[in-house]
Design a protein around this ligand. Structure first.
Ligand code: FCB
Length: 405
């Protein structure tokens, strides 16, 4: 038997661009229409209109929290012009959650940018934080009174890799120099946003919120356990998993550790050059492990090791994403169950954990992979937009209710 605290937060996540539909002021939309991305998000899941229905289902599934993101390009479609209608919309969304007893966890930046910001140079600009902070201030002033958990930036390292190093996501850069610049800029933006949010709450005499990032953490496993590969895996953990967190803690800008965990990477260092260190994971490598529909290894024990590596920071952890895309729903339940076991073991070993948020509440637009991968607890029929609760969601719902597995 695996027991979880009675006040544990249980829920699922979405991000605005992946579910809302028609985010036509966003850089992703522009790249999609220009044919620079293979798929078009279009109406996505029509969640912008159907959020009440989706939150009813989350409540039916015994969730008591929900992670969502605000689409910057809706709030500020033109530089300096803020949309009161859209701010009002998100206020209603947050109230819709609270009415159903779902604690909102609100992300301010989840991969997408307004077109105007991307045309100025996005995160490689000299001072991108000055634009980001204006938007953050508007949102936090408008929503602050109803939000206890803020996530400034979703997966800074993933954004950095896909958008500036691998060239897959807008702005499709492949530049080591820009990658370094953007890393520093994202860190600065997070630290300043952290301080700004805290100040706004203070000024408005609200209780201090909990502010963090959502850090994608992977288990880095040496492919063949040579000394060279072990060293490379160690360095990956240090830079990909921990660097952003450590620097934020040093700046006193993390109240909890937001963790997104999916899979492992096998590490194989082909040479000592800097390029080899950036390209030292062989994720396509055949392995005996079961896989999700995108071919990622299913590796629950990695969650335990990632959490144990965080123990030394003495901050509470919040699992903000963990999930599987699959057409085999019983594999989804296996995935959730095995990861919850590892989570529970880490808690038994002294890691304080606030909650567990599954990715995702509903099937959605999986970025450059389109609508094929099915991550949802709830399935979407993209012809009718009908929602169907999956069996795995019912099993997870029982855990949420009983706080035991
Ligand atoms: C994470 C992203 C999320 C989703 C999942 C599958 O890296 O934060 O938006 O795409 O992966």
């Amino acid at each position: 038997m695996y027991n979880f605290p009675r006040d544990f937060l249980w829920g699922a996540a979405t991000s605005a661009y992946q579910v809302e539909g028609n985010n036509s002021f966003s850089d992703w939309w522009k790249y999609e229409l220009a044919g620079k991305l293979k798929y078009h998000s279009g109406q996505a899941c029509r969640h912008y209109d159907l959020y009440n229905q989706d939150f009813d289902l989350a409540k039916e599934l015994n969730h008591n929290c929900h992670r969502l993101s605000i689409e910057w390009s809706r709030i500020e479609p033109e530089e300096g012009k803020f949309s009161s209608n859209e701010l009002e919309h998100y206020k209603e969304v947050i109230l819709a959650l609270k009415k159903r007893g779902l604690e909102p966890i609100v992300t301010l930046h989840h991969f997408t940018n307004p077109i105007w910001f991307s045309e100025l140079g996005a995160w490689a600009l000299r001072h991108p934080d000055k634009y980001f902070l204006c938007y953050v201030a508007k949102v936090v002033e408008a929503l602050g009174k109803d939000v206890r958990f803020w996530v400034t930036i979703n997966e800074p390292m993933v954004y950095l890799y896909y958008s500036y190093l691998l060239g897959a996501w807008p702005p499709q850069e492949k530049s080591l120099v820009k990658t370094k610049i953007v890393m520093d800029n994202l860190l600065r933006a997070h630290i300043k946003a952290y301080r700004l949010i805290a100040d706004i709450y203070k000024k408005n005499k609200l209780n201090r919120p909990m502010i963090s990032i959502a850090q994608n953490m992977r288990a880095f496993v040496p492919h063949i356990p040579t000394l060279r590969n072990k060293l490379a895996a160690y360095l990956e953990v240090k830079s990909f998993n921990l660097e952003f967190i450590k620097k934020s803690i040093r700046a006193k800008a993390l109240d909890f550790l937001g963790v997104n965990y999916y899979s492992r990477s096998l590490v194989e260092l082909k040479g000592w050059g800097i390029k080899n260190f950036n390209m030292n994971v062989c994720d396509g490598e055949p392995s005996d492990l079961k896989k999700n529909s995108l071919g990622w290894d299913i590796y629950p024990e990695g969650l335990y090791s990632v959490l144990m590596a965080l123990k030394r920071y003495k901050l509470p952890v919040f699992i903000l994403e963990n999930g599987i895309c699959t057409d085999n729903d019983s594999l989804r339940w296996d995935f959730i169950r095995e990861h919850l076991k590892q989570l529970n073991m880490a808690m038994e070993s002294g890691v304080k954990v606030l909650g567990y948020v599954y990715w995702s509440l509903i099937d959605n637009y999986e970025w450059d992979k389109g609508f094929g991968p099915r991550f949802g607890l709830i399935g979407i029929d993209y012809n009718t937009y009908k929602r169907t609760i999956r069996e795995s969601a019912r099993k997870f719902a029982q855990v949420c209710l009983d706080c035991e597995l």
